[in-house]
Design a protein around this ligand. Structure first.
Ligand SMILES: C[S@@+](CC[C@H](N)C(=O)[O-])C[C@H]1O[C@@H](n2cnc3c(N)ncnc32)[C@H](O)[C@@H]1O
Length: 233
């Protein structure tokens, strides 16, 4: 039985506190959001891991496993994994996110390895990780890039490794559709409004199964808030 410091209730969707005065400083949504956070005064108790990550760690990861957090963002999940003794690696397209997570780990005396990288080509050797997670992130790029990310997760996982993927509710962001240009695969590219700089591709369950490969799925759950939680090999 692994001991976990956090036996947590469901975590809030919004995980950062925003100052609304500088929203046009950086055109990339995720970088902009993290640039709006003052890390010195940030209340990290509002940045807890997602429940499925806690469950995945408990049920599918061996103690001390080497784990990749693909598209790690500000580090809510990586922080939890490192605190609980896992050997954590992570990357994100946003250099601001990577800088943030490095500072976060330093502030908490945690050990982790973080670099800037993209779904197209993960910055790691093959067969390196026991486990991999990609949380609330595959739907923030095009379908083609989400497919590349899943293929790359398989490349960097050891042959018996498992991955955790989460997809947002199918209706997510639809209320802001008018602020987006629609790309050829249906991805919304937000060009104005509060989501400016964000990509979002909404997936049906069938599309997710197609992307991941039905025969590779160990479990597929839809949780009450509409998130789809997939464990796959
Ligand atoms: C909703 S945030 C989730 C962050 C983190 N996984 C979490 O659960 O807190 C989505 C993240 O995906 C990253 N992202 C989007 N497209 C990416 C890509 N092609 N390669 C790597 N990261 C990407 C963004 O920079 C952002 O940090």
């Amino acid at each position: 039985m692994i001991y976990f410091k956090a036996d947590l209730p469901p975590t809030p969707r919004e995980f950062i506190i925003l100052r609304m005065d500088n929203s046009d400083r950086n055109p990339d949504y995720w970088s902009r959001k993290l640039q709006e956070v003052d890390i010195a005064t940030f209340d990290f108790s509002t940045s807890k891991p997602r429940g499925p990550v806690v469950d995945f760690a408990r049920e599918h990861m061996r103690p001390g496993a080497t784990v990749l957090d693909a598209a790690c963002g500000g580090g809510r999940n990586a922080h939890f994994l490192a605190e609980n003794g896992f050997d954590v690696y992570g990357f994100d397209l946003s250099a601001v996110a990577v800088e943030f997570i490095k500072k976060r780990f330093e502030m908490f005396g945690l050990i982790g390895n973080f670099v800037v990288g993209s779904y197209a080509e993960f910055p790691y050797e093959s067969d390196m990780f026991d486990s991999a997670i990609c949380v609330a992130a595959l739907d923030h790029d095009t379908m083609g890039n989400a497919g590349k990310a899943i293929a790359e997760m398989r490349r960097v996982l050891k042959p018996d490794g498992k991955m955790l993927l989460t997809f947002d509710p199918v209706e997510q962001m639809q209320d802001l559709r008018e602020d987006a240009e629609i790309l050829s695969d249906g991805t919304m590219n937000f060009v104005r409004g509060r989501a400016q700089g964000m990509l979002f591709r909404s997936y049906t369950n069938e599309e997710i199964k197609g992307l991941v490969g039905e025969d590779r799925i160990v479990s597929f759950k839809t949780v009450p808030d509409g998130d789809r939680i997939i464990i796959a090999i």
